[in-house]
Design a protein around this ligand. Sequence first.
Ligand code: DAH
Length: 493
Amino acid sequence: MLRPVCRRTAMAAAPLAANVRTGCCRNVRALCSARHPPTNTGSPPPIASYLPYLSSPRRFLSTPAATLQDSASPHHPPSPPKPDLKALPNKFTILGRPYTRHAHTNVTPTIISKTDRRLHLQPNHPINILKRRIESHFPSFTPIDSLDPVVTTQQNFDSLLFPPDHIGRAATDTYYVNANQVLRTHTSAHQAEVLRRREDEAFLLTADVYRRDEIDVSHYPVFHQMEGVRTFSRSELEREVMQDPVMKDSGSSSSSSSSSIQGAVLSPTNPIQPAHTRTDALLVDLHLRTSLESMVRSLFREDPDLQIRWIEAYFPFTSPSWEMEVLYRGQWLELLGCGVIQQSILDSSNNADRVGWAFGLGLERIAMVMFDIPDIRLFWSRDERFLNQFKAGDIVKFQPFSKFPVCYKDISFWCPDGFHDNDFADIVRDVAGDMAEDVKLIDKFQHPKTKKTSRCFRINYRSMDRTCTNEEVDQIQDQVRRLAEEKLGVELR
Ligand code: DAH
């Protein structure tokens, strides 16, 4: 069983096994270690305080939070538009394409409204700057970045060998457009279709991806991933690998890259596929990890002694599989998942004569670290004070422009059967939009007689660009209470 790196992905875990999900690439998702997130003091936390949060997983439930304080900020931009609380109509569109509401549909108007933002294509946006940096490191890889976010469950799961009972398919984790279509939960969803075209032996595919999840400064239901795929002719494998400049560079460099690769030995729990000879698998694996180390060293070039480690992982679509972590400011930070592509995926996508590797990384996770961006909601900001700080080609440190106060409100209720925390998070998102900074389960218990479960959530409200009034937050909280009752059938306490 894998190390519980990050409950993320849908993508990475063994089917419905434990609740530990492994693997990641859920950009900044990370939930498994018992750490307190930064406390709310009204100012953005320093990078050191959210690094642990990015790099590691499960959080304490009882985090101290500040109450609403008076803000001294002189800047009061206009109030944000009122949240769109309309229920999704029977007929709706996503990027201009018509869909019909269905019993399985759980996309919300709030989520659909994100589909046309395409932050990865906005010039001067940190996500685009990072995307271009990585693309420039892989000049021979074809960039692909405009694929529709609505994909079939076949593309998102079956084509990648996800078992039918995999947790990632659950409606609690994935936005379903209807029974057969979802908002892609990862860029790997497009691997097979791009491979099938046989136009590119190497590509970098960037896209927005969507996952139902909890709310905090490092989680957002939409984020951006980059998928890299490289294939080789089976008959020319050794020559193609050994003559690649990346292999020569790594051999001559004084970096520690080669030793960190040797340090991770292929094991029975991270096996070579029966379809591959040992030599072939080792060649692909070596090329994969050498290429990724070279890319990451160039991203973190200000730290020439960057330490990298490879952790065994499990993904249904690769074997052997790895997660790469880097030691950044004293914390191991998980950056990406990768592996040797399952041969059956290549075989069934018109590539039986080829072998290859793939990786997937979350762009927000890396951008938060590289640009010192303390809250994932900032990426979605249209505030010039955020946007004007970044310029194509430059990695600069974000200068926080203000401190706006936080206000927390608690809500407690008895839960009906089948209640899921992510359903509640979606209601908060719909009502509060980006004013919801964090939603934490701070108490949960079962009534000894009735066996009903009660949950208490603490919602931290904080605007990124202005001071919210207590009245406004009260109104939002009332709406959250009402909708939780109406839509989720909870019994307020
Ligand atoms: N799709 C995976 C996720 O979202 C990330 C990933 C892991 C992509 C391994 C890959 C890969 O291409 O080989 O968690």
